[in-house]
Write a protein of this length. Structure first.
Length: 285
């Protein structure tokens, strides 16, 4: 699980996870699959009222987010890598920036708003260019302009998340194994993970050894499996058909022959329909 956290002020409180991406790696086929879970998806959150997916981490940390994903999407995750916005900027700069392609609308919007937080960097242009960490972070957060693929609002933002992750992996592809090992060593202090050091080292070595990978992408909820622009307790949310999304997600990650059982490895039963605002809860939070 890859999380991007927006920090709350300068304190130690948990922020919102505006980036929620499930990354799966197949060492046999050398495939990396990236699945964006849209933050505004209205889901069941154990012990709380149904709410947006990104509220789970803010309320109960990583454990609650794991439980929420397992409950709603029948998916048991093996570990998490989390980065806050400040460190995301630093990581991109350590990579030497990223080459991204902007539309004219995106460029004008970034240059005229504070999404790029440092005014001296509000000089991006339409077309392909090398962007630094502050510029890439601003680009990743934009919602109100269509992407180069035509997606807007939060669909566009999750599209940008995957575009940036693709660009990061493309950058890694050009490096030698020695360079990769050095870069990862420099980046490690900037991330937070619940994966123990031994397994994390194995994961990194596997990534380095795989070299060039095919990257495929998915967004959940998938097209045709949800209702958008729904108001619940004053929030704009997406109401998903959960079983349909479980089927799409499992087929994408595990392959054509994947069968949804309705139960994950830890025994959490996945629901067969979208949660409703009237669902029973044990807390008003």
């Amino acid at each position: 699980l890859l999380l991007g956290e927006e920090a709350i002020g300068s304190g130690d409180g948990r922020g919102r996870t505006d980036v929620i991406v499930v990354a799966t790696m197949n060492t046999n086929t050398k495939e990396l699959k990236l699945t964006s879970l849209m933050r505004d998806t209205f889901v069941q959150i154990p012990g709380y009222k149904d709410n947006k997916l990104n509220s789970a981490y803010e309320r109960g940390g990583l454990d609650l987010l794991y439980e929420t994903i397992a409950l709603n999407f029948d998916l048991q995750l093996d570990g998490c890598v989390k980065v806050n916005f400040e460190n995301f900027e630093k990581i991109i700069d350590k990579l030497g920036g990223l080459e991204l392609t902007l539309t004219e609308g995106e460029a004008k919007y970034l240059n005229s708003t504070n999404y790029i937080s440092k005014p001296q960097y509000r000089n991006v242009i339409a077309g392909k260019q090398l962007m630094n960490g502050n510029q890439v972070l601003g680009y990743s957060r934009v919602r109100k302009r269509a992407t180069i693929t035509g997606n807007n609002n939060d669909y566009g933002r999750t599209d940008r998340h995957r575009i940036v992750l693709n660009a990061i992996f493309d950058k890694y592809k050009t490096k030698s194994k020695v360079e990769l090992a050095s870069m990862m060593f420099n980046v490690l202090p900037m991330i937070t993970t619940d994966i123990d050091s031994k397994n994390f080292e194995i994961l990194l070595n596997t990534f380095i050894e795989m070299g060039t990978m095919d990257i495929t992408q998915l967004r959940i909820p998938a097209d045709g499996t949800f209702t958008d622009n729904v108001k619940v307790r004053g929030m704009d949310v997406l109401i998903p058909d959960l079983q349909a999304n479980i089927d799409v997600l499992h087929k994408f990650i595990f392959g054509e022959d994947s069968v949804t059982t309705g139960t994950d490895a830890s025994g959490v039963t996945a629901p067969t329909g979208a949660p409703t605002p009237a669902a029973a809860t044990t807390s008003d939070n």
